[in-house]
Design a protein. Structure first.
Length: 269
């Protein structure tokens, strides 16, 4: 018994050590990148006007936060991204359920779904501006268009890959399609749904930025396109860095929610 406990403790210690190494390595890698960037800009190895530098970015952040309503731009992009993401998940679930309920409908719509998913979404943005005008509706729809078709196909594929024997058991016990879906199909696809959500949050952010490039007067996408036009490269790089932070934060939030779900569904795991 003592040997087993000792082995388990060694294993847990090894896991914690690996986690600490990963965290420290990530921090050191970030510090190394920023230090190298600042060094090269300071000694004019790179053109600091074009590539900026961490110190200039920090000063730009402070100035824009107090004088250029940077927080407002961030809030608008974040709002549009989250709304696009929630709409994509809701619409994807509804359509995937309809396709699962009706095999005939899924066969009819399959080639169209593949075509729409393959269509370059940036090509839709000019049309959406003509149809809806240059407003937040266009930006949100652009964000949705990047992710929604692939999300529907991925969810539907996950529904169809559930063990058919489990579904037959539901029907054998006089269950309905509703019982089969809510007791077998949906629970089996929760991990798949979390994976799709992790992908979609990044795709929606990309779509929103595409929309803001074309149809916005506010938001980080607007700052990027405006900054590049007037050669305020600090604005451009700062906006890109903020987008990286937003994308990383949203991803880790979903990852945290997934871990909480797994702990509740399997406390002993």
């Amino acid at each position: 018994m003592a040997t087993t406990l000792t082995t388990q403790e060694r294993y847990l210690k090894s896991v914690r050590r690996t986690q600490n190494i990963v965290r420290i390595s990530r921090i050191l890698l970030c510090i190394l990148f920023l230090s190298t960037w600042e060094f090269c800009a300071h000694f004019q190895i790179i053109n600091s006007f074009i590539f900026s530098s961490p110190s200039k970015i920090a000063r730009c952040f402070q100035d824009m936060l107090f004088h250029q309503n940077l927080a407002g731009h961030i809030g608008i992009t974040l709002f549009e991204t989250l709304l696009s993401f929630l709409l994509v998940i809701g619409i994807s679930l509804v359509f995937a359920i309809l396709l699962w309920y009706s095999q005939t409908l899924s066969k009819i719509l399959e080639p169209y779904m593949v075509m729409l998913n393959s269509l370059p979404k940036s090509a839709l943005a000019p049309l959406l501006i003509v149809w809806l005008g240059a407003n937040y509706k266009t930006i949100i729809l652009t964000g949705m268009s990047v992710a929604v078709f692939g999300s529907i196909m991925s969810l539907y594929t996950g529904f169809m890959e559930v063990d058919p024997e489990k579904i037959k058991l539901i029907y054998t016990l006089n269950g309905t399609n509703r019982d089969a879906f809510f007791k077998v199909i949906l629970p089996a696809n929760i991990p798949n749904l979390f994976s799709i959500m992790k992908v979609n949050i990044g795709l929606c952010l990309v779509g929103v930025i595409i929309g803001e490039f074309i149809a916005a007067r506010q938001g980080l996408g607007y700052l990027i396109i405006y900054g590049s036009q007037v050669f305020k490269m600090d604005w451009v790089i700062l906006s890109i860095l903020i987008l990286c932070v937003i994308a990383m934060g949203l991803y880790f939030l979903l990852d945290r929610l997934e871990r909480i779900y797994h702990k509740k569904s399997c406390p002993s795991c």
